[in-house]
Structures are given as C-alpha cells and as structure tokens.
Design a protein around this ligand. Structure first.
Ligand SMILES: [Zn+2]
Length: 120
C-alpha cells in the first residue's frame, strides 16, 4: 500500500468561542495542511496518485479559507474554528471531491509545534 501525501497552507484569522483565554481574541495563523491518501496499486504511469491532481483538489477546498476570518465563513460561523474542526471539515470536503479515493488523514498544523490529525 502506498500513502501519498502533500502539504499546502492557508493564512486566516479566527477566534475561539467559549474558550476562556487569549484565543478568544481575534488572531491569525498560517495553517499547514497535510493530506494523505492510501492507494494499493500503481497506475499505468506507475504513480499511486498524481501529486499535481491532489494539490489541485486540496487547493480548491482551501481557497475559501485563505485570507478570511474563519468565523465569518461557513461552517465556522456555526461551529468553533478549532484546528480539530478545521481538519475534519477539510477531510470531509477533500473526500467528497475524490469519490472512490481513500483519504487516510488530514493534519492541520496551527503552528510548527501544535497540530491535529483527523481520520475516519
Ligand atoms: Zn488560534
């Protein structure tokens, strides 16, 4: 089995609701997003999955989160813009855009030393 991974990023502002600390204040992050897909067999080009295609699909998902205040953007106007929710929402959108592809996990780095990984 091959696990094909790419890393992309977006820059955004957010604030946490019901947190009780400084993260309730508006602030920003560069979220680094790692996407991993599992593939059993190579194709006729002997690729498990084309990096360029995976980057295109993920970029289409992330563009709506770049240079915005996440709290003003669906679904984070209704749910907290935590890295946990960000990882899950990106997972669901990438999986929906890649029917038949096994998305292994999404990791959302809020900073170089703090991240969340979501998988099903
Ligand atoms: Zn934050």
């Amino acid at each position: 089995m091959y696990q094909v991974c790419i890393q992309r990023h977006f820059d955004a502002a957010h604030y946490l609701r019901n947190y009780g600390g400084k993260c309730e204040n508006l602030h920003g992050h560069r979220w680094q997003i790692v996407v991993a897909v599992n593939v059993d067999e190579l194709n006729e080009t002997e690729l498990a999955f084309d990096f360029t295609e995976l980057k295109r699909v993920v970029d289409d998902v992330l563009i709506g989160f770049d240079h915005v205040c996440l709290n003003d953007t669906s679904p984070f106007d209704a749910i907290n813009a935590t890295s946990e929710n960000i990882a899950r929402v990106i997972y669901e959108r990438v999986a929906a855009a890649l029917p038949g592809v096994r998305v292994a996990h999404i990791t959302a780095y809020e900073s170089p030393d703090a991240w969340v990984t979501y998988s099903k």
